[in-house]
Design a binder for this molecule. Sequence first.
Ligand code: F6P
Length: 362
Amino acid sequence: MEKSVTQICGILTSGGDAPGLNAAIRGVARTAMDVYGIKVIGIENGYRGLIEDDSRVLEPWEFSGILARGGTILGTSREKPFKDKNWQNDENGPGAVELIKKTYKKLNLDCLVVLGGNGTNTTGYLLSQEGLNIIGLPKTIDNDIAETDITFGFHTALTVATEAIDRLHSTASSHNRVMVIEVMGHKAGWLSLYSGVAGGGDVVLIPEIPYDIKKIAHHLEERVRSGKTFSIVVVAEGALSMEEAGLDKKAFKKARAEMSGSIGYRVAREIEEATGQEARVTVLGYLQRGGTPVAYDRVLASQFGTAAATMLAQGDYGKMVALQDNNIVGVPLELIAHRIKRVPLDHRMIATARAVGTCMGD
Ligand code: F6P
C-alpha cells in the first residue's frame, strides 16, 4: 500500500481503562505514521475530548516505553454523547453529538479510531450512522464484547485475580475459613469463571447462573465432611440469587439499593448463616484494571492496533477489529452495538469448572 500522506486520523480511549491500551495506541499510531504516512491526532479523555475540542498531534517519541505502562496516555472518560444532555445550553443548543461532529470536521479527520468496550463501540456505531468514519478496537477486562473471542485487558485482570486467589489459599488454610473474593464483571462472568478455574475456586458464582445458597452451603459442608478445612468462593460483582433472578428490573434495583455492601459481603453473610463457617471477604476492585499488561495483552493489543491502521489506510471503515478463531478480522459495528457477550451456559469452561468439582451455585 502506498503512503497516503493526505490522511488524518483521530484516536481516543473511552470507558473504564484496561491494561494494553497503550500497546494498542502504539500499534495504531506507529503503523499509521510509519507504514502509511497517516497523521495521527490524539483525542484527550475519550469522547469528551471531541466534545470539548481537546486534542493534540501525536509525535513518534510519545510511543517509546509505553508498552509496559498501564492506563492510557490519552486519558479516558465514561462520556456517553448520545445520552448526555449536559452540553445542550438551551433547546436549540448543539448537544454533544453535534459538537463531536463539529470537532471531527474542524480537525479534518478522515477517520476516528475508538478503543473501548461495549459502550464505546456502540457510540462508535451511532457516530458512523451520523456520517463519521469509525474503526473500533475491543478493550475491556470483562471480555464481554460481542463478535470477538477475546478483548485486550482480560488476560492481565485474569492474572491478577488468579494470583489473588492463590494468595488467599494460604491464609484461608491457616485460619480454616471460607474466603470470598469478589471479582469484576457486572453482566458477564468471564473473569470470575476463568480465575475461579485457574485458582481452583471451590464455588464460582457468575451472573449467568443465579445461585441457590442452599446448594452452596451443601457443597461447603461436604468439603468439611471430607476433611477440607477451608474453601475459596469466587463471586462476580454481578452475581445474583435465584430469587433475584425472578424479579423485574425495578424490583431488582430496589433490592440491590437496600443491600448492605457489595454482593461478596452478602454471599459471605449468607454462607455464615447457612453453615456456621467463618467467612471473610476480599473485594479485588480496581487492582484488576491497573498496572502493567501481561505479554498476551500487549501482543493482542499490538496486533489489533496494526490491523486497525491497515483498515484505515484502506478506507475500511464502520468496523471493529476482532479475533475470531485465531484470525484478526473486521466486524461491522452494527453487529456489536447494543450487545453484550455473556458466558453461554453450554460453554466449555463451565463444563470444565463443574468437572473439577467446582460448585457453580446451582
Ligand atoms: O471496565 C469494566 C468494569 O471493569 C466493570 O467490570 C466494572 O463494573 C466497571 O468497569 C467499574 O468501572 P468504573 O467504576 O470505572 O465505572
